[in-house]
Design a protein around this ligand. Structure first.
Ligand code: MN
Length: 701
């Protein structure tokens, strides 16, 4: 176990400004808190956080991270409280320790693949301060190194599986390849002991047989490249047992058939040299078909660049070769660290890069444009996700912007439908409350509850909105039918004779309607005029009563999404919406839903009415639009304007001169158009005409 002064010296060796007192306090605090607790190995428990801190000094992390590592198990496993931590070590360390503690709490819920994927995402999302994740990964790495001390095989396997599924991929994701390889090797050893043994044995034989094979092959490559004038730095390595095993399993081949147990890295000065080196190698040794990949011209999604090829070096020996520049190499090996080191103009790995993590944190917290970084770490795809928990610990994934009602519907539609309230982290909150990462959300329900229209004003997810709308539509239909009945009673009253019990069923047959409700809907929507209904109930009665049929020819080509088919609506004449406009419906008792453009000033006066989210039905066509057109006061200008309208088949409904002066005439023009695109084309054509000075749609309202 590292002694106190050794640990402090290590940190001071790469960061002379580190807060020595902070590290000493953390050491003593953790030692006292863990007291006589023991690890499975029989070592004092305290040795674990100290070793974790030691691992992180290899990454040259800052004093706060090292202190966090020393303290990382004190909240979870001892009587220490977050308040004590904050008091002794300040808010920043307290926040980091809290982050690591939260991650540990949810660790044990990974029974299936999906849960693992969720947990990975959650860990990433929770680790907006990347230092939390680094401490967690070092914690796991040390637990893996000491895994063999755990007596229960089932428990060892569970931990190894989790490491393989969650922590190794996370390490890879943030570019900590050394962590990743060691975790995979240790987990592989636990999960597939026989395969592990046989592969390590074969690797040993291979080396025993050929002397120092790696360095012999390296010098061969160097010689060949040197003859062609390519200056290259060449490193060779054996692949680690897990990646060899994975290849064998993926390709169903034996160790002997496995071509590239050895991999060589050729690092050259620039991109031209990369391709030159590739040519040299391919000319000297045959390439293995299908193995060449050009990640320089087409980088991987995480930004990785290199040329990959496999060559047949000798009869039995195929080797993998990666060719790259120094910069590509640093990025590939050190991930984040290299990225930032290069930003700062100094390569990673050199002394002085201990500050990268601090810069990174700083940038995450303060930068105007952290997108590039997030993109690089692939964290971006999780930045718009929220992860919250049910009281039973189930992980619920939501898009950012989701509220308690979205959470309820994400759990189950029935839960959403019967929601009356919510508790977040134990406190009762309004349903419109935004969910934050790590929140524990409890939904309060009542069987008597039903979805409320106003939920639509804060429901964010498609699932919640669709469920609420479905319900609201159902209610709308009921209202429409009720409205239809009122109209129907009026119609019946106008028939100058009493109707028998058979009149209504007969009328339905004549009108080819399936049932009474369909008739009421049609009447409410004015799909059938009064005279038709009267004649269906009692032939000839409309004429007797002097009721005329409605003139046909009215446009029926408009429909609304967001309203039950059959609900009556009308386009408001204040803003004259045309298909394609963004629209809102205003529902008033016993009247058709009034459709306004979303920016109509009349809407503001309707705050007390119920608003309905609407969209134009597919293929909706037709509407009137009002334009203000200012033309130059010159002969023929008006003719040019109406010519343009005519050419676009826009029927002029109304035209009036609203203002004139010596230079310009202003016209208010009302035209019939198909939709917004049609209208925009007309406006563009008007603007393009020399005679026209301005053309605009009238302000709504
Ligand atoms: Mn731990």
């Amino acid at each position: 176990m590292l002694r106190q002064y050794e640990l402090v010296d290590r940190v001071l060796s790469y960061d002379p400004d580190a807060d020595e007192a902070l590290l000493n306090r953390a050491y003593v605090f953790s030692m006292q808190a863990h007291g006589s607790q023991k690890r499975a190995s029989g070592d004092p428990y305290f040795s674990h956080p100290i070793e974790v801190a030691g691992i992180l000094t290899d990454l040259r992390l800052d004093d706060e991270t090292i202190a966090t590592a020393i303290l990382h198990d004190t909240i979870e496993d001892t009587v220490a409280t977050p308040e004590q931590i904050e008091k002794s070590f300040g808010p920043s360390v307290a926040r980091l320790v809290d982050g690591v503690t939260k991650l540990s709490k949810i660790e044990a819920q990974t029974e299936n693949e999906r849960a693992a994927e969720n947990l990975r995402k959650f860990l990433l999302a929770m680790s907006s301060d990347i230092r939390v994740l680094l401490v967690k990964l070092a914690d796991r790495l040390h637990n893996m190194r000491t895994l063999h001390h755990i007596p229960s095989e089932a428990k060892r396997r569970r931990i190894a599986r989790e490491t393989m599924d969650i922590y190794a991929p996370l390490a890879e994701r943030i570019g900590m390849y050394e962590f990743m390889r060691e975790m995979q090797t240790l987990a592989f050893q636990q999960l597939e002991p026989d395969a592990y043994d046989s592969i390590t044995k074969r690797l040993k034989q291979l080396n025993d047989g050929g002397g120092d094979l790696i360095s012999r092959i390296s010098s061969g490559l160097r010689l060949q490249l040197g003859r062609a004038g390519v200056k290259a730095d060449i490193q060779g390595r054996e692949k680690h047992p897990y990646s060899i095993w994975k290849k064998m399993a993926e390709r169903h081949i034996s160790f002997e058939q496995l071509s590239d147990v050895m991999a060589f890295r050729v690092v050259v000065d620039d991109i031209d040299e990369c391709y030159k080196a590739l040519g040299v190698l391919h000319r000297r040794w045959p390439m293995v078909p299908g193995r060449f990949k050009d990640y320089i011209s087409t980088p991987k999604r995480n930004g990785y660049r290199s040329l990959h090829t496999s060559i047949i070096h000798s009869e039995k020996m195929r080797i993998e070769v990666q060719i790259r520049t120094e910069e590509m190499h640093a990025e590939a090996e050190y991930g984040l660290a290299a990225h930032w080191a290069y930003k700062q103009g100094k390569p990673a790995g050199e002394a002085g890069n201990h500050s990268w993590i601090r810069d990174l944190v700083d940038i995450l917290e303060h930068a105007d444009n952290p997108e590039e970084l997030l993109e690089h770490t692939r964290m971006a795809m999780y930045q718009d996700r929220i992860f919250a928990f049910s009281p039973t610990g189930e992980l619920i994934q939501l898009p950012k912007g989701s509220t308690a009602i979205d959470f309820a519907y994400a759990v189950h539609t029935d839960v959403g439908d019967t929601t009356v309230g919510a508790k977040i982290n134990g406190r009762v909150v309004p349903l419109r409350t935004l969910i934050e990462n790590g929140d524990q959300v409890q939904i309060l329900r009542s069987k008597a509850q039903e979805p409320q229209v106003e939920w639509l004003t804060f429901a964010f997810t498609g699932k919640a909105r669709a469920a609420i709308r479905r319900f609201v539509r159902h209610k709308e239909r009921e209202e429409t039918i009720a409205l239809g009945r009122k109209f129907y009673d009026e119609i019946v009253r106008r028939i100058p004779a009493a109707l028998g019990p058979e009149a209504l069923p007969e009328a339905l047959k004549r009108l080819k309607l399936p049932d009474e409700e369909a008739l009421m809907e049609a009447v409410a929507r004015k799909l059938i005029d009064d005279a038709t209904v009267m004649d269906a109930l009692m032939p000839g009665s409309a004429e007797k009563a002097g009721v005329k049929r409605r003139e046909s020819g009215q446009r029926e080509a408009i429909s609304m999404k967001g309203l039950t088919p059959g609900v009556a609506f009308q386009l408001a004449d204040c803003c004259n919406p045309v298909p394609g406009d963004r629209i809102i419906g205003v529902r008033r008792p016993d009247k058709p839903v009034e459709v306004h453009t979303i920016d109509c000033s009349k809407l503001a006066e309707q705050q007390d009415s119920e608003w309905v989210d609407l969209a134009w039905g597919d293929g909706s066509d037709g509407g009137t639009a009002r334009l203000v057109v200012i033309v130059k006061n010159e002969p023929g200008a008006l003719g040019i304007m109406s010519g343009i309208l005519g050419a676009h088949h826009a029927n002029i409904v109304n035209l009036s001169l609203s203002h004139r002066d010596a230079a310009f005439h202003t016209y208010d023009v009302t035209i019939e158009v198909h939709d917004v695109q049609h209208l925009m084309k007309i406006i563009a054509a008007l603007r393009a005409a020399d005679a026209v000075s301005q053309a605009e749609r009238s302000p709504a309202g």
